[in-house]
Ligand binder design. Structure first.
Ligand code: GLN
Length: 260
């Protein structure tokens, strides 16, 4: 090969190499921007009106929690997939790292703060004793020898367990609120404990033949939760979004839609 040809060939090879390198260095920094943003998996209860419940007309889950989360995600620009699997299932999924977070009318309380990180509270509620519409039971004192229906994993169940020996009743466990109510309506259990606003909705809007007795106990705030130490950015975004919705009137609008 002539020297000139050699130089030419070498120059060409070098140009090509630089070209490839340039292409390479161009595509690499672009990659993160092309990657789709994370879609968080968020679990909830499946029958806890007015916070989350199936709208049979649209076959969509609606309610305060569903709308608050949607508005917060829009405000903060994050994507999520909602799974309405039940309350105890949601707590299990978050703890197992199968879900990134949960929103399920979940009361913030110290025992839970050991295993979950919570957002700011967004709604206050507590438990109340619930009996059949015509039941003579008028206080916890009347529960001696009775059967109390309880929904697994809830603060109402923690409360029932804490007083069962004192008042002498036994507990039957259920996965969801409607089955628990129905057991009391059918007379297969004598009472249950439920969050006041939720049983209030069921009696008023679903015509459930039950009534509340006495006062609300153990009031607390509902919070959005992640597994302790995980997804801190989700808690930050939830709190920032909630503050924005409170400031722009959207929070009030959502609550008003469900009668608050
Ligand atoms: N607020 C209650 C709790 O945190 C009940 C929640 C629910 O049943 N979805 O345990």
């Amino acid at each position: 090969m002539k020297l000139v040809t050699k130089i030419l060939a070498l120059t060409l090879a070098m140009i090509m190499m630089v070209g490839f390198a340039a292409c390479g260095s161009k595509t690499i920094p672009d990659e993160p921007a092309d990657k789709p943003a994370k879609t968080y998996v968020i679990y909830s209860d499946n029958a806890f009106a007015p916070f989350e419940f199936l709208d049979t007309a649209t076959n969509q889950y609606v309610g305060v929690d569903m709308e608050l989360l949607a508005a917060i995600a829009e405000d903060q620009g994050f994507a999520y997939e909602m799974k309405n699997e039940g309350f105890d299932a949601a707590m299990g999924a978050v703890q197992a790292g199968q879900a990134d977070a949960m929103i399920a009318g979940m009361t913030i309380k110290p025992e839970r703060q050991e295993i979950f990180d919570f957002s700011e509270g967004y709604f206050e509620d507590g438990s109340i004793l619930v009996v059949g519409k015509d039941s003579p039971i008028s206080s916890v004192e009347d529960l001696k020898g009775k059967v109390v229906a309880a929904k697994k994993g809830t603060t109402s169940t923690d409360y029932a367990e804490s007083i069962k020996d004192q008042y002498g009743f036994t507990i039957q466990y259920f996965e969801d609120s409607p089955t628990m109510y129905q057991t009391v309506v059918n007379g297969n259990a004598d009472a249950c404990f439920e969050d006041f606003s939720v049983i209030g909705w069921a009696i008023k809007n679903d015509g459930i033949a039950l009534k509340t007795v006495g006062d609300v106990v153990n009031p607390g705030y509902y919070g959005f939760a992640v597994k302790k130490g995980s997804n801190p950015e989700l808690i930050t975004m939830f709190n920032a979004g909630l503050a924005n919705l409170k400031a722009n009137g959207k929070y009030e609008e959502i609550l008003a839609k469900y009668g608050y």
